[in-house]
Design a protein around this ligand. Structure first.
Ligand SMILES: NC(=O)c1ccc[n+]([C@@H]2O[C@H](COP(=O)([O-])OP(=O)(O)OC[C@H]3O[C@@H](n4cnc5c(N)ncnc54)[C@H](OP(=O)(O)O)[C@@H]3O)[C@@H](O)[C@H]2O)c1
Length: 283
């Protein structure tokens, strides 16, 4: 039996094994996907050595905090990874490790499903971690011309300019308290509001009461409705959580590992539905 893994630090509530194993069973692929917690980069190194030796390992996904560290161990990176400088998917081919990023594709597809057009929109991204990089790259690929970024640590946001300098404007976080700015779309890529700290909200909608955004997106999917999304909904703003992105990035990873398998929209809808129920159980 072939093996696939998700590696990261806190994977207790991860629903990735459910998503991947459901796809594997649908296509009768003799493989199993499991979570593997790694406590530091030394364990990451040992994991990579194991992957290289074990002929049954096809590839793996990477989550917080190893999306950048993994690049040190990869033999080749895709064009997207070269720009984003973070990978969430690795495939083993002829003993070599090839790095990909499917997060940005998952993000882009989830926006397209909602019919959100980002061209000529004023977009604010909250946060500057790995998720922000995938988000900004996805926005760029969708044709966004101007993306404003605000992060608790200003210097980290400044570093995002290494990813896509042309479309980025970095704001000091205090500027979010200045009502004269107006954004059409606001995207939360911080972990603020994630389980168990579900009362926390990274954005104060009250300041923008006179000029609210038309659409807000939270990359968090646990809980399904964060405080950020609840506050937006109260004001009649359209919202989207990060669950679809999670499912779509997994679908893209499966295609990288097993060729262009035809994962139809009915299966995706069924997986989404079951994921929603699973996440609701944690809440
Ligand atoms: N839906 C999906 O498929 C998907 C994919 C990837 C990630 N995500 C979600 O996206 C979120 C971020 O992931 P990541 O990989 O970008 O993590 P990360 O690299 O650790 O970045 C975390 C970000 O959150 C900010 N932050 C953390 N705690 C904060 C606080 N108390 N106040 C203000 N800002 C705070 C950090 O600011 P500093 O720079 O100041 O530390 C940083 O910008 C997580 O909730 C993750 O689950 C979802």
């Amino acid at each position: 039996m072939k093996k696939l893994f998700l590696i990261g630090k806190s994977l207790k509530h991860s629903i990735s094994p459910f998503i991947h194993n459901r796809i594997l069973s649908e296509f009768e692929i003799d493989a199993i996907y499991s979570n593997l917690e790694l406590s530091d980069t030394e364990e990451l190194k040992e994991f990579v050595e194991m992957v290289k030796k074990d002929k049954d390992v096809v590839g793996f996904n990477i989550t917080i905090p190893y999306k950048e560290d993994i690049l040190k161990f990869c033999d080749e990176v895709s064009e997207d990874v070269r720009i984003i400088k973070a990978a969430n998917t690795v495939k083993k081919e002829d003993g070599k490790l090839l790095a990909y990023n499917t997060d940005w594709i998952g993000f882009k597809k989830s926006l397209e499903d909602r019919g959100v057009d980002v061209k000529d929109k004023k977009i604010l991204v909250l946060g500057s971690g790995g998720a922000a990089k995938a988000c900004i790259y996805g926005l760029y690929r969708m044709g966004a011309k101007e993306v404003f970024v605000a992060n608790r640590t200003y210097e980290k946001a400044e570093r995002l300019k290494e990813v896509l300098q042309d479309i980025l404007k970095i704001l000091p976080i205090e500027w979010l308290r200045r009502y004269e700015f107006k954004y059409d779309i606001i995207i939360n890529t911080t972990s603020v509001g994630m389980f168990p700290n579900i009362e926390n909200n990274p954005f104060d909608f009250e300041i923008y009461e006179q000029s609210p955004p038309v659409f807000v997106y939270d990359m968090i999917y646990n809980p399904l409705k964060t405080a950020f999304l609840k506050e937006a909904e109260k004001r009649g703003i359209k919202t989207e959580n990060g669950l679809k992105m999670l499912v779509y990035q997994a679908v893209e990873a499966e295609k990288i590992w097993f060729g262009d398998i035809d994962i139809v929209s009915n299966l995706i809808a069924e997986i989404l539905n079951q994921c929603e129920r699973k996440v609701a159980q944690f809440e």
